[in-house]
Every structure is written in C-alpha cells, then in structure tokens.
Design a binder for this molecule. Structure first.
Ligand code: PLP
Length: 367
C-alpha cells in the first residue's frame, strides 16, 4: 500500500501472469555483430513488392484501416479455397489466440495443450481466468496425444495442438492427429497452431495440412501467421480458418481496427510473392539441415526440426549455455533447467552459433 492508498482492484487472475519488461540486448565482444536468434524471426527482408505497397499506403494514415480486412480476407479465401466467412484476421496469430480464449473459456473452464509448447498458451489462459492443463511431451519431444485425449474432462473448452511444436520443432502426423480428433467431443474447439507450417518439407506426405483437416470438422480451427515464413513479424498480422460460428465469434472479439492498413497491404503483397517466400524457406530449411547435421557431429542429439529453429535439451546447464551464447553475441531463447531454442538466421549467424555450441560441449566435457 503506497501513500496514495490501495489503488484500483485488479483481477486476481493476473497475479500468476508474468509481467514482461524490456530486455537489454546482448552485447558481444567489441566489433562482433549481435545475432538475435531468440524469436524465430525471418532473417530476410520483406518480400519483393511488400515495402512498396505498404509505403504507398502511408498517405492514408489519417484514416482508420479497413475494419474487416476485406482485400486480405478475399485473397486468403482464394489462396486456401475456403469461404470468406471462414476467415478471421487479427493482430498476429497471438492476437487471434487471445480471441480464441475469449470466445471459449472462462473461470472454471480448462484449456489443454502439450508442454512444453508455445509460451503464450498458459499466459493467455490465465488472463481469461481459465485453468491450464499441461500434458508433458512424450519421448522424442512429441505431443502425447493419447495422454491429451485422456486429460479431456467436462470442463475442457479449448485444446491447442502446435504443429510443428514451438520450441521442439517436432510434428504430429496425419493418422495420429485424425485419431485424436475422433476422440475429442464435438463441443470442444481444437486449434491447430500452424505458425511454422511453411517450413515443413513438401516431401513429408504424412504431415497434415490443417486447412484440409478442418473442412469436415466444425470443431477444428487453423491458426496461421505472416510473421515467420513471410517475414512480417513487425507488422502483426495473422489469421484463423474455421467454420462460420467460430470465425464469426472471432470477428466479434477482434480489437476494432487492430490490423493496420500497412499490415493488411503487406500481407496481401506477401501472398502475391509466394515464389519468393518459397525460395527463402528453402534457404532456411537448408540451413536447418546443415546446422542440425553439424550439431549431431559435435555430439549433440537434436530431434529433427520441422520449423525455422532447433532445440537443444541443455537441462541444468541451460543458463550457462545461454550466457555463453550471449557473451559471443548471440541471443537464444533459454528455458531454464530445460533447454534452449535457437532460431535459424543468416549463414554467418548460424556459423557463429555452431562455434559456440561446439565450444560449450568441449568446455562441459573438460576437453
Ligand atoms: C506456435 C506459435 N504460434 C503463434 C505465434 C505468434 O506469432 P504472431 O503473433 O507473430 O503471428 C508464435 C510466435 O512465435 C508461435 O511460435
């Protein structure tokens, strides 16, 4: 209690939510570049035509953006061959995730997901006052869908399946996903969070494309983003594809005018530059294979990643590992006591990371 008295009463549900604060950036040795490999961003600049289109719209920023994201919605509907009414856009897919919680869950309800998975799931679940139910990943860092199905109760309202999973990069395959969905009651919404889908190899025929899966399942919603493969993380635009009742509820809960006209225009231009996106994804996945092979050679045992990052189970040495990376000018995403997620960057960044990874292994083994 301060001099000014008690202050306003805030919702008790917020007490368990970590307060984010700005982080100082890594400082490497003098003259060393600092590589940010901590947020699964795309190291490439926006696709051709994107900046031109967004800048051309700058003359109009005295006006609100298109409330309904009309052009973007039409483009998405055509691109994925779904009705426009099945699309809901939002301020990044994390914005849509927040809306998914708002439309399904309230205090007393349960939200189910694998753990470890995307950090926003527990945070956003707490914010709406619902209860997170976290089902540990199985051996090989994969979703334990049998255990997840067994964890469904009368109170379960929402289930996230993050595919590929952040931070492990592992995937759920088609047959096991279908089997799981068959076990989920039809009044429970299942969200297939496909933020990294573009990085899954085209040759992986067992990988389920959520947009095919959702078509005959009214309780499935697909979540996609322009932040990763399309390289628009700073624009904050993502979208859901779901049957009309769910998509309409998402549109009701959208922050009015939340997706700026810049973001809408940039997303449309990005969709039209699909070939360029595919080239960049090919370069990043080639780097992923190179880095994974080099890590294996160094004696690490990373699970194959299907996303734009790799995951190292550094366990109790995670903080030391992250500190060494930072000292060498590389920011990674460390989960203390568990492991570290390292995004694939440009080749020079990846080389630097490999150098640090090797040094860490040798130092830990006292070589
Ligand atoms: C699994 C997953 N879903 C959603 C997001 C959110 O991305 P954005 O809000 O930038 O669309 C991320 C970002 O890291 C993610 O890893």
């Amino acid at each position: 209690m301060g001099e000014l008295g008690l202050g306003p009463k805030l919702r008790a549900a917020l007490e368990g939510v970590p307060a984010s604060r700005p982080r100082s950036s890594a400082r490497g040795p003098a003259a060393q570049p600092v590589y940010k490999l901590s947020a699964n961003e795309n190291p490439y600049p926006p696709l051709p035509g994107v900046i031109e289109r967004a800048v051309a719209g700058a003359q109009g920023i005295n006006r609100y953006p298109d409330l309904w994201c009309g052009e973007l919605t039409r483009e998405l509907a055509a691109r994925f061959d779904v009705p426009e009414a099945h699309i809901a856009t939002g301020t990044g897919s994390v914005g849509v995730t927040q809306q998914l919680l708002q439309i399904t869950a309230q205090p007393g309800d349960e939200v189910l997901y694998a753990w470890r998975s995307f950090e926003a799931y527990p945070v956003l679940t707490h914010i709406v006052g619902a209860s997170p139910v976290e089902v540990p990943l199985a051996a090989g860092e994969v979703h334990d869908l049998d255990a997840m199905a067994a964890a469904i109760t009368d109170r379960t309202r929402l289930i996230f399946v993050c595919n590929p999973n952040n931070p492990t990069g592992t995937i759920v395959r088609r047959a096991e996903l279908e089997r799981f969905l068959d076990r989920v009651p039809s009044d429970v919404l299942v969200v297939l969070d496909e933020a990294y889908i573009e990085f899954v190899a085209d040759t992986d025929e067992d990988f389920p494309d959520g947009i095919e899966v959702y078509r005959d399942r009214p309780n499935v919603c697909v979540l996609r983003t322009f932040s990763k493969a399309y390289g628009l993380a700073g624009m904050r635009v993502g979208f859901a594809v779901a049957h009309e009742p769910v998509a309409a509820a998402l549109r009701k809960t959208a922050v009015p005018f939340g997706v700026t006209q810049f973001a809408q225009d940039a997303a449309v231009a990005s969709l039209r530059a699909e070939a360029g996106m595919r080239e960049r994804v090919a370069a990043l996945t080639a780097e992923r294979e190179r880095v994974s092979a080099a890590l294996t050679e160094q004696g690490w045992a990373p699970e194959p990643s299907h996303a734009n990052f790799v995951w190292l189970r550094t366990g109790g040495r995670t903080d030391d590992f992250a500190a060494l990376c930072e000292q060498e000018g590389i920011l990674v995403r460390a989960f203390s006591g568990e492991g570290a997620r390292i995004s694939l960057g440009e080749p020079a960044a990846n080389d630097r990371f490999l150098y640090v990874a090797e040094r860490f292994r040798k130092e830990s083994q006292g070589l």
